[in-house]
Design a protein around this ligand. Structure first.
Ligand SMILES: Cc1ncc(COP(=O)(O)O)c(C=O)c1O
Length: 335
């Protein structure tokens, strides 16, 4: 189901045929990028119990809600004075959006799927003030193979530091996952691809490492932590990064399972080149090792032992080989 035109899309409370899920060209989102969205994955556990497990659904929908809240799209306003403005808000709760995701998955029946809820300002007028425009919610799901590029997860990828920076603090909120933010991601991605790399790493406007166009980033040093522990560093949330759900997962696994020393700290660009390992994390990229940056070999030039252990832990939980003790999985009953 999906971009072949088959399947159904959830639109403001109704499941409509894929090709009928259209909006007016005068919608606010088309002109000003007024949208927030999520990217969530459901995995088919073929090797164990055959169930389909959605990874961290609640956390993704909470982030969707947070993104919408920052843009005054949720019903959280506490006005201190009389207002005379038409002001539409999101009509669905976090629980209702979760249920709608599951309903859409059930309607489409794919067992390995990508889930894309989008909250956007629709059609009412094109003033810059978005508030009079309706807050619409759509949910697309489509089939997505189990692991993206088996090769990349094992061999690692060749990337560059981009010419483009992430946006400065207090310009576009980096903690929100908005359509508009991805104009910046597109510049980073195109810059990398045009120069022969598969992905770009952006610095923030202070010149410190931020993240990839669609991934958070970690650097690792073998045995360099206190007591000879391995050490892992990722940029803090103030470094213009998206608060990645996979980032949080990896931080948790490192501390709890692997007993590593973990820091959220500013990373100068040159630290990338001398790390023993650098890897991306994200819903799409999972844990993808980086084997070179700006044509400089990182560590051994292939997947390192920390990335491999993290991949093993991550997939063991998703596949049901290890207990899901944090309640990260939601099962969509697809039978
Ligand atoms: C810019 C950016 N950073 C980080 C991530 C990783 O976030 P998550 O792990 O929640 O998918 C994404 C993925 O959506 C992203 O687009």
């Amino acid at each position: 189901m999906g971009f072949d035109g088959n399947g159904r899309i959830w639109m403001n409370g109704e499941l409509v045929d894929w090709n009928d899920a259209t909006i007016h060209v005068g919608a606010h989102v088309i002109h000003y990028g007024t949208s927030v969205f999520e990217g969530i994955r459901m995995y088919h556990r073929e090797s164990t119990d055959g169930k389909s497990a959605i990874f961290r659904l609640r956390d993704h929908i909470q982030r969707l809600y947070n993104s919408a809240k920052m843009y005054r799209m949720t019903p959280d306003e506490m006005p201190l004075r009389e207002r005379n403005v038409k002001d539409d808000r999101l009509k669905y709760s976090i629980e209702e959006i979760e249920r709608a995701c599951i309903e859409t998955l059930q309607a489409n029946g794919d067992r390995d799927a990508y889930i894309r809820p989008v909250v956007f300002r629709g059609y009412a007028g094109l003033g810059v003030d978005p508030r009079p425009c309706p807050v619409d919610l759509v949910i697309l799901t489509w089939r997505w193979g189990k692991y993206l590029g088996e090769g990349a997860l094992e061999q690692g990828v060749d990337v560059c530091v981009s010419n483009w920076n992430r946006f400065a603090p207090n310009t576009l909120p980096a903690l929100a996952k908005t359509g508009a933010n991805y104009m910046n991601s597109q510049l980073i991605k195109m810059d990398a691809l045009e120069n022969g790399y598969v992905e770009g790493i952006a610095l923030n406007t202070d010149g410190y490492v931020s993240e990839g166009s669609g991934e958070n980033l970690f650097v690792a040093f073998h045995g360099k932590g206190r007591g000879g522990k391995d050490q892992l560093i990722t940029p803090p949330l103030g470094a213009s990064v998206l608060p990645g759900i996979t980032r949080h997962t990896i931080l948790t696994l490192c501390e709890e399972v692997l007993g590593m020393e973990v820091h959220e700290a500013m990373i100068p660009r040159e630290m990338l080149y001398i790390a023993d390992e650098v890897f991306f994390t994200g819903t799409a990229s999972e844990v993808t090792p980086i084997r070179s940056i700006d044509q400089i070999r990182i560590g051994s030039g292939k997947r390192g032992p920390i990335a491999e252990r993290l991949q093993d832990e991550f997939f063991a939980i998703i596949d049901g080989e290890k207990a899901d003790k944090h309640g990260w999985l939601t099962f969509a009953d697809l039978d």
